[in-house]
Design a protein around this ligand. Sequence first.
Ligand SMILES: Cc1ncc(COP(=O)(O)O)c(C=O)c1O
Length: 438
Amino acid sequence: MTAARSINADVAEALEEAKANYAKVNPKSRAVHAKALKSLPGGNTRTGIFFDPFPIAWERGEGARLFDADGHSYVDFISEATAGIYGHSHPGIKKAIEDRMALGWNLGGHTALESELAEIIIDRFPSIERLRFVNSGTEANMFNVQVARVATGRPAVMGFNGCYHGGFLTFTAATNPLNVPFETVVGNYNDVEGTRALMAKNASRLAAVIFEPMLGGGGCIPATPEFLKMLREESTKHGIVMIMDEVMTSRLSSGGLQKHTGVIPDLTSLGKYIGGGLPAGAFGGKAEFLDRFDPRKSDALPHSGTYNNNVMTLACGIAGLGKIYTKEAATTLNARGDGLRKRLSAVCDKAGVGMQFLGIGSMLAVHMQRGDIKTPEQAAKGNAKLRELFFFDLLEKGVHVMPKRGMLALCLPLTDADFDTLVAAVEEFVQVRRSLFD
Ligand SMILES: Cc1ncc(COP(=O)(O)O)c(C=O)c1O
């Protein structure tokens, strides 16, 4: 699959050439996209995974491998944006699906599965005393924010530049016209004193502060310990509900980044892999907030959702968290991720190029620049075209990373040999593309 490489004058030219090569070797993916253009806007139903000139059409997945319509196979270092922690065909998840299917689905009532998965989650995440299930991370965040607004009687929500909390609640660089029309106060991620001042100034109208303890899609930039400590202190001081969005980061220890950092929020949002790779989400935290949903109360908050207790998701979540991604497995995977990130950083250091990897444990992201990156504003100064080129060059080597964000998320079936494949592909990238670095 490797195309003959010419010496490019600049990154733009190299990227054009890489895209042309990609288009040449992926005619069937192009055809799938062309057909989809007739029924879906831009041939797409999930903005974050689209890339130019057309996305890869996957046919199947097995373990940590993906196979596309044109007959190529890739080692998958995306893991469905963290949701696919079990890989694409884990026998334990498959068995849970088959066992549950044999008993029928869409039962439409309560089952013992609900509290079984809830107890596993409560045992793992320090902030969660009670929880409710939803179908996505977006929903989890929305319910957490809404319960905070009801409980405090205050209207506004504080978020941070660069944080993504779902389609209706993003604080990423461009303003999102689809955000729910809450009053918002937007702070700068990792800005300790600026945030402290903003929280004090707006305290009387702030119901909640919501944040990712490490930016996921925003480049795997961890919150500094000082920033987290300040958020906890100021939330408590002003009666602002602290919501930790652990939709992605909950995989980063046996009890998420809250356990890893020791900073315990009032409410936590979960999603992604917690349903074993099936559509899932949960919001939970202090009983004083969650018990407002107790339907036996005359003033209970309503929270319905046809698929909240979908037996397939619950059964897969139980198999996944209960038997496969155990506390020990989480510790091991994240230690392996830390080791991989160090190897990749060493490749960049040795080559002396403006490229680095940030992250914690099983989540990491590439940045095409030198120097410390503590904020999304600093990250935005990286060479975006070079990062896009990195994606296409790695594809040629049979390695799949995130097209636009340069993010990688590890799944359990990835082997040490797969790690070697990635490291070798990155070594080749820095050598072959050396002249294109700033
Ligand atoms: C931190 C974070 N919060 C919330 C969400 C939204 O989750 P979902 O896509 O399941 O709605 C995402 C999705 O990527 C996320 O990364």
